[in-house]
Design a protein around this ligand. Structure first.
Ligand code: SP5
Ligand code: ZN
Length: 355
């Protein structure tokens, strides 16, 4: 299947993450995408450069205030002198918009650049640097170009998105994500097709941003299998099985949680259950937020899925026979990431041939 790519991901260098107040090297590094691309090219993949998409198409799932903030945060941080005093070379929040802080008052955008970050992010590990906006915006173009390819007749396409996106919600960001690539592709497919679009998120972490964006939408079915947040895992506040959608979207959201240490058997059973659900609901297209951080050995998750497990998951998803867009999310073991993505994509192609 075609691999959609943008060199602009390299502009986004998070420069580490602040975790429990400590700046650590971070795991969401540019080399991730380079490794994936090299692996897929070596396997003979066709690489397609992302085509620019209009803001109206790309940014519709996000509030204007979030977009304006992300587009200007780095320049405003610099202009405020914060790179010199106290000498912080990335945008890092220090106060947060906790809901209890403002009761029901409208949330103001703080005048101080040092405080604005906490209006829009919910964590300290999603730093903004000189090229973060350009990189995040380009990742939306990558996802949308992949969606265009399947709308144009490809059975499947892979979007090598970086930074990832599934933790970014309508008006806030975090989890190494800024703008939601999966949501952009799902909305794009939904606009073009008659019938529901299914999202089956196999990243090790709950796709809280995607869930939130489509929570009341009956036509974008959102399913996610992930390590149980109740066992102490990111995103901590969301991803529980009781979150089933609301309003018109009631019943259109599914969360399947796994205990730390879970491996192929329980993970694949959950993937199969989400695939059956998409089939029952007569989805017309499939978006797969493809994190490979559920792999045994990944530094960010305690799940223990094997390469064969990713291959089998691909087959189960491909067997739905739907136009399919796979979109890169997490995966932080630099040696394993390329092979794991390749296994999943090969599985999708095999599943489609058998369906
Ligand atoms: C897209 C995606 O997979 N985002 C996941 C972000 C989860 N990050 C949680 C980070 C928690 C602190 N990491 C410390 C690593 C110690 N091994
Ligand atoms: Zn993840």
């Amino acid at each position: 299947m075609p691999v959609v790519w943008s060199d602009r991901h390299r502009l986004h260098e998070p420069g580490g993450e602040v975790w429990v107040g400590v700046r650590t090297p971070g795991t969401e590094v540019p080399e991730r995408a380079e490794r994936i691309r090299a692996e897929l090219v070596a396997a003979g993949a066709r690489v397609v450069d992302a085509a620019p998409h209009r803001d109206e198409t790309a940014l519709g799932n996000h509030d204007d205030a979030l977009v304006a903030y992300l587009a200007s945060a780095w320049e405003e941080w610099q202009a405020a002198g914060l790179t010199r005093d106290p000498g912080q070379d990335r945008v890092v929040p220090y106060v947060f918009l906790h809901p209890g802080l403002i009761s029901d008052r409208a949330a103001a955008i703080p005048a101080a650049a040092s405080a604005r970050a906490g209006r829009f992010t919910y964590d300290t590990m999603t730093l903004i640097g000189p090229g973060t906006w350009q990189g995040a915006r380009a990742a939306l173009d990558v996802a949308l170009t992949a969606a265009d390819l399947v709308l144009g007749g490809e059975r499947a396409a892979y979007a090598c998105c970086r930074p990832p996106g599934h933790h970014a919600a309508r008006d806030c960001f975090g989890g190494s994500c800024y703008l939601n690539n999966v949501a952009a592709a799902a909305s794009h497919l939904r606009r073009a097709l008659d019938g529901p679009v299914a999202v089956i998120d196999i990243d090790a972490h709950h796709g809280n941003g995607t869930q939130a964006i489509f929570y009341e939408d009956p036509l974008v079915l959102v399913g996610s299998v992930h390590v149980d947040p109740a066992a102490g895992w990111f995103p901590h506040f969301l991803g529980f099985p009781g979150e089933a959608g609301a309003g018109a979207g009631t019943g259109a959201n599914r969360n399947l949680t796994l205990a730390p240490g879970s491996g192929d058997e329980s993970w694949l059973a959950a993937v199969a259950e989400l695939a059956s659900w998409a089939a029952e609901r007569e989805a017309r297209a499939l978006v797969v937020p493809l994190g490979v951080d559920a792999a045994a050995g990944d530094p960010e998750s305690p799940l223990r899925v094997s390469a064969a497990g990713f291959h089998a998951a691909g087959r189960a998803l491909g067997a739905l026979g739907l136009p399919t867009v796979a979109i890169q999310e997490g995966g932080y073991d630099l040696v394993a990431i390329g092979p794991l993505v390749r296994e999943t994509l090969v599985g999708i192609e095999e599943g489609m041939r058998g369906s």
